[in-house]
Design a protein around this ligand. Structure first.
Ligand SMILES: [Zn+2]
Length: 343
């Protein structure tokens, strides 16, 4: 009997000691199995108890029960303690977790060349006091042709192959010039506007032609406006856009909506002695322009006795192709990622 009593004490002490050196829930579990398991140290005391006298059983039975209760209590306390500690550790490790540190390899997009060039152009002309105007892409025959001094029998209509819609006198605009008339009708001079936009021509596509392309056009209406104002404006724009000092020259040109009409060339920004961009000529044709035809001013409700104006039109697509050395216009209108990624 004495041996069993000593045994009970020994178990309790060794259990306490074992708990002291436990640092994880796994270790704790293995101690639980050793002491409190169905075949554990405490359960193993029972057969010994059975062999004792009734009197001894009465004394030792409660002692074994107490041992069981005390060990279970100690076990549960330790378990709670370890659980709290592991939570604290987890929290501490998350405290330094930087959610922005993980960056999946995601390709970055960029603005399309049309958008980049349009933004450049708007900023250059804004610095000269121009505002930006917009107009419909589906236009009437009046705004696209008649108001611009191109009546029905005018040969200039053949210069621009037109997409007609199924509605009478309605078409996809062949140039941005209709916006000139709309602006004159809605605003009063002095006017300084640019009009960037998409236009359509019924043409077969190849490396230098597409059925849709972008133009931007500008118009100034004020008192005493002359061609020299326009040439100076074009020179300033081209030099700023190409970031280079350039020469410009004017040649006579024909456009029905201007009189006189001129074409402006710029000196090649890429060479001194001729290259493939300027086709060995050292000059590049850039812009069609002129003083606004009195018929056009009248269509827009402008008093031609008081006001004159100049207008100019660039092929935005062409401007981009020259600046970035793009040889095929169709690349600008396709989702060719490898191509677009370069800009
Ligand atoms: Zn050149």
């Amino acid at each position: 009997m004495k041996t069993l009593k000593t045994e009970i004490q020994t178990i309790q002490e060794s259990f306490k000691k074992a708990l002291e050196s436990v640092y994880s829930l796994d270790e704790l579990e293995s101690i639980r199995v050793t002491y409190l398991g169905r075949k554990g140290t405490i359960a193993n005391l029972m057969p010994h108890l059975a062999q004792l006298s009734l009197e001894d059983k009465r004394e030792l039975g409660p002692l074994i029960n107490e041992l069981k209760m005390v060990t279970e209590k100690l076990f549960n306390e330790k378990k709670e303690d370890l659980f709290d500690k592991s939570l604290e550790e987890q929290e501490a490790s998350f405290k330094d977790f930087d959610v922005t540190a993980y960056k999946p390899n995601q390709p970055e997009g960029s603005l399309h060349l049309y958008t980049q060039a349009t933004q450049d152009i708007i900023s250059i002309f804004s610095s000269m006091g121009y505002s930006v105007e917009d107009g419909p892409e589906v236009e009437t025959e009046f705004y696209n042709f008649e108001a611009l001094n191109i009546p029905g029998d005018h040969p200039a209509r053949d210069m621009q192959d037109t997409f007609w819609t199924t509605l009478p006198n309605t078409l996809l605009r062949t140039h941005t010039s209709p916006v000139q008339i709309r602006t004159m009708q809605q605003q009063t001079p002095p006017l300084k506007v640019i009009v960037p936009g998409r236009v359509y021509r019924h043409e077969a596509t190849d490396a230098s032609h597409d059925f849709q392309f972008h133009q931007f056009e500008g118009m100034v209406i004020d008192k005493d406006i002359s061609l020299s104002h326009m040439i100076a404006t074009m020179k300033h724009f081209l030099e700023t856009f190409f970031k280079k000092e350039l020469k410009v020259r004017a040649r006579p040109g024909y456009f029905p909506f201007v009189e006189p009409g001129i074409e402006i060339d710029m000196s090649c920004p890429f060479c001194k002695d001729g290259c493939s961009t300027c086709k060995k000529t050292k000059w590049i044709e850039m812009v069609g322009a002129g003083l606004i035809h009195p018929h056009v001013l009248t269509s827009g409700g402008i008093d031609t006795k008081i006001y004159t104006g100049f207008a100019f039109g660039f092929g935005l697509t062409r401007l981009i192709m020259i600046k970035y050395g793009i040889s095929d216009i169709r690349l600008l209108h396709t989702a060719h990622v490898e191509f677009l990624k370069q800009f």
